[in-house]
Design a binder for this molecule. Structure first.
Ligand code: ADP
Ligand code: MG
Length: 254
């Protein structure tokens, strides 16, 4: 839950607030007025067909993508181009992608230490202590001094998660974090994400892993042709699909 503010304020203000957001790529109107609030500590899974705008929505939350209309705030920070706000935003919002994007020339430990050293200005011992704790948490204590190429895909993705967590974000965004993995490695990554959810992290997760959505999500957000077409607890979303398009989508996923 929100760590820095009085309980009353934390209960009132959502950690993420998206209001009437539109996005166009040229003539292509990709997001058509999306509004959604996410409370601190919630896990929201975002589902929708390929091309429906899931990644675009996620990327707008840490300004990897701009929005054309509407307003986004994260922890009270207005998402925009103001440099100091952008710097705070990037520190508070971690993101994990389908591709792990580790620095190939650095060891596992160095990958996790880099941003806290450079951005947070932590000294080496403090950064190393934090990195080792996080790598233990994702089950990689035995691999601290290896390079990414020596690890499996699942291990690399767990390093990527630890690297994001090293900045002590308040929100973690996951964009299809297991889609590039061999099937036998999906579980180890989902297990790390489950642990993170249980620890109270606020998470937005785009995934095709319906089991994860059912088990871990507080809410399922369904994006259909650029609109938020459903926002429901997983039991309702899966148990009683609100409309034919959702039934069709779930049929295709099954
Ligand atoms: P999803 O993640 O749901 O598959 P995306 O958010 O990646 O969908 O993309 C939504 C639509 O926007 C797609 O039609 C995609 O081709 C288009 N799109 C995404 N990024 C760009 C971009 N940088 N330039 C042009 N079109 C884009
Ligand atoms: Mg996508």
């Amino acid at each position: 839950m929100n760590r820095d503010r009085p309980a009353a304020a934390a209960a009132a203000a959502p950690l993420i607030r998206v209001e009437g957001v539109h996005k166009r790529f040229g003539a292509h109107h990709v997001l058509k007025g999306v509004s959604v609030d996410v409370q601190a500590g919630q896990v929201a899974v975002i589902l929708g067909a390929s091309g429906s705008g899931k990644s675009t929505l996620l990327r707008m939350l840490n300004r990897l993508e701009t929005h054309d209309e509407g307003r986004i705030t994260v922890d009270g920070i207005e998402v925009g181009d103001e440099p100091r706000a952008l710097e705070r935003l990037r520190a508070e919002v971690g993101m994990v992608f389908q591709q792990f994007n580790l620095f190939p020339h650095l060891t596992v430990l160095e990958n996790v230490m880099l941003a806290p050293r450079r951005v947070r200005r932590l000294d080496r011992p403090a950064a190393e202590t934090r990195a080792k704790e996080l790598l233990e948490r994702v089950g990689l204590s035995a691999h601290l001094h290896k390079h990414p190429f020596q690890l499996s895909g699942g291990q690399q993705q767990r390093v990527a998660i630890a690297r994001s967590l090293a900045m002590q974000p308040k929100v973690m965004l996951f964009d299809e974090p297991t889609s590039a993995l061999d099937p036998e490695m999906v579980k180890e990554v989902l297990d790390v994400m489950k642990g993170l959810a249980r620890s109270g992290m606020t998470m937005l997760v785009v995934t095709h892993e319906m089991g994860f959505a059912r088990e871990v999500a507080d809410r399922v957000l369904f994006i259909d042709q650029g609109r938020l077409a459903a926002d429901a607890p997983p039991a309702d979303f899966f148990g009683a699909p609100a409309n034919e398009r959702i039934r069709l989508f779930l049929g295709l996923m099954a």
